[in-house]
Unconditional design. Sequence first.
Length: 92
Amino acid sequence: PARLPEVAVCGRSNSGKSTLVNYLCGRHSAHVKRTPGSTTEIVFWQIGKPASLCLVDLPGYGFAEAPEEKRLQWTEFTLWYARSRRNLKRVL
């Protein structure tokens, strides 16, 4: 079970979400590409030592270069995450 408060980064494909996560984390850990749709799963980054916050990189929506069925799966899973995650405190 999740124990840290979470802040999720949500937005259109290729809008700079992973770049923002890298900037906020102070490292280049989130995968960044020019092709829309490179984040294909929910990615959790613990912030601080000891960890005090979890930054969450969500798949984008809109014009990702992926089959429509796959984009629909990303959307449904992201919506499920946002509705069911008790420790989700903010969505950017």
